[in-house]
Design a protein. Structure first.
Length: 224
């Protein structure tokens, strides 16, 4: 395993959402193209109801997953179209599904690199990117699908410490028309972006998996 991935694994006690339960149970959620039942859900509100039923049936507080997952749900938005190449449909962050209004926490100590309300169906909605520097490592964490209120009174360079609330989850009216969830992504080279793609095309997958390692190296979520 590479040095940066080992570094992520070495960081303890990382959480990015506050479920209100210190011993919360997580359940894996499959949103891949092979899950035909998910594809039948007609809209964000129906999906939100589905998520609540799924969590209740599994006695879980949070559903998670999605890293390196090929999905069909991006077909509904032109945001993921590329006329010259194939559609972007491979998710390169981790999603954590829980109710709107849930507090979002800084994964580790960092400062605000950028923030924006990325509007439109399929987009991030309100988004915050933090910059982190530890030892010889500089990297970024992206928090997407937040509430509009999360962006109020922020300043570039503002410091947040690990576990500090940086915002709350938005609902489908502001978060790109998704059921409430956090898109969490690790980025090694931000490449001058004030935003950063969370979905890529197959032709670029190798690069993005290298630049955006699995967030679970940091979160260490399991389903026991």
């Amino acid at each position: 395993m590479k040095a940066f991935e080992n570094f992520l694994l070495s960081i303890p006690n990382v959480k990015v959402i506050d479920s209100g339960n210190s011993d919360e149970k997580y359940i894996l959620l499959d949103l891949s193209a092979t899950n035909t039942e998910i594809q039948k859900i007609p809209d964000a509100l129906a999906f939100e109801n589905h998520m609540e039923e799924y969590l209740s049936a599994n006695h879980a507080k949070v559903a998670f997953g999605g890293y390196n997952e090929k999905r069909t749900l991006y077909k509904r938005s032109e945001l993921f179209d590329d006329a010259a190449f194939e559609k972007r449909d491979i998710h390169i962050g981790m999603d954590l599904w829980i109710k709107a209004g849930t507090a979002v926490l800084a994964a580790v100590d960092g400062k605000i690199h950028s923030f924006a309300n990325n509007t439109g169906i399929g987009n991030y909605g309100p988004t915050i990117i933090l910059e982190h520097q530890f030892e010889n490592h500089i990297f970024y964490t992206l928090y997407g699908h937040l509430s509009v209120e999360s962006l109020q009174q922020l300043e570039i360079g503002q410091t947040f410490y690990q576990g500090e609330i940086i915002g709350t989850l938005g609902d489908h009216t502001v978060n790109g028309d998704y059921a409430p969830h956090l898109h969490f992504q690790i980025i090694k080279n931000i490449e001058g972006y004030g935003d950063y793609p969370g979905v890529c095309a197959l032709r670029n997958l190798e690069y993005y998996l290298e630049n955006c390692p699995n967030p679970n190296l940091l979160l260490k979520i399991n389903t026991h």
